[in-house]
Every structure is written in C-alpha cells, then in structure tokens.
Design a protein around this ligand. Structure first.
Ligand code: HEC
Length: 149
C-alpha cells in the first residue's frame, strides 16, 4: 500500500514517465503455439486485458519493461524489468512468479505493488500467461525445466 501522499505522487510521476516512453516504443507481434503451453487461449485473452489494465503502465504494453531497468533511480529503486523473456522472469517457477504478483516487490526491497485482493489467483495466472506469451519457445522450454524442479 502507498504510505503517503508523497509516495503517491512519486508513483504517479513514474507511471507518467513510463507512459511517455511507451508512446515512443514500437509494438511487436508474436506468434507462439498456445497449444504447447500451460494456458488456454481464453486465459491468454483474459490475461491480455488484465495485463493492459494492471501491469503495462510499468512493464510496457508488450512486457518490454523500461530500457534503463538495470539502473536504480536516485532513491535506489530499480525500474520495472522486462517480463517478455529478455530479462530474468523466466528464471522463476510459476509459483514464484505468482508470489511476486500477489505480494509485490516490497519484501525484496523493491516497489512493485502487490495484487492480493485486487486480482484473484486465476486473474494473476492469466496475467502470467499474457507475458509468457511473449517468450520465444526456446525460453519457454528452459522455463519449463525450472518450473518442473
Ligand atoms: C508500479 C509499477 C509496477 C506495476 C503496476 C507492476 N509491476 Fe511488476 N515489477 C515492478 C518492479 C519495479 C519490479 C522489480 C521488483 C520491484 O522493484 O519490486 C517488478 C517485478 C515483476 C516481476 C519479477 C520479474 C523478474 O525478473 O523477476 C514480475 C513477474 C512482475 N513484476 C509482473 C507484474 C504483473 C503481472 C503486473 C500486473 C498484474 C505487474 N508486475 C505490475 C513494477 C510494477
């Protein structure tokens, strides 16, 4: 939860900055074979709407994150990383991804808000489907090995 008006303002400003960056970036298209993945086309469709509404402001319309995501800001916080398969998200099992979405990043010293009480577990799963759909098949295959451990 946001603790002060100041924090709210900072949060709003970072969203505004990201929106400007997004407006300048190009959209990309992907063609993955959903039938080979854990989610259904219905979950993917629901997830895309959820991602657009709840995640895209920080993580980008296509999960591309912020270009300087590896550089902390003046407060020591990192910007939203890509979740499109180009960063670290695929190193985490589905359970860990869901925990991050549900509880947010504060426990990791970050500032991603938790979605507990805002999105149901099924909605959170659909959001994962939405960004996993940007992962190329080879990344998805490597993630499957991690997820099955
Ligand atoms: C206010 C900005 C913001 C919003 C909104 C947001 N995130 Fe994040 N997210 C972050 C940041 C920043 C991090 C890096 C960890 C941290 O600082 O908490 C992160 C980390 C993550 C990670 C871990 C990535 C990795 O490489 O380990 C996942 C997965 C993720 N977010 C998914 C989502 C999903 C799905 C949503 C929407 C339901 C969402 N995020 C909404 C900012 C945001």
């Amino acid at each position: 939860m946001l603790k002060s008006k100041n924090a709210l303002t900072r949060w709003a400003l970072s969203i505004a900055t990201v929106s400007v960056l997004l407006a300048c970036s190009e959209t990309q298209s992907t063609a993955t074979d959903v039938s080979a993945r854990w989610y259904t086309p219905q979950q993917l469709a629901q997830g895309r709407a959820i991602f657009a509404e709840n995640c895209a402001a920080c993580h980008g319309a296509n999960g591309e994150g912020v270009s300087n995501w590896q550089t902390p800001d003046s407060n020591g916080f990192y910007p939203a990383p890509p979740v499109n398969g180009t960063a670290h998200a695929w190193h985490h099992s589905l359970a860990v991804l869901l925990r991050t979405i549900n509880q947010g990043g504060e426990q990791l010293g970050g500032r991603m808000p938790g979605f507990q009480g805002r999105l149901t577990e099924l909605e959170q799963r659909s959001a994962v489907a939405a960004f996993q759909d940007y992962w190329p098949d080879d990344i998805y295959a490597q993630w499957l090995v991690i997820d099955n451990r």
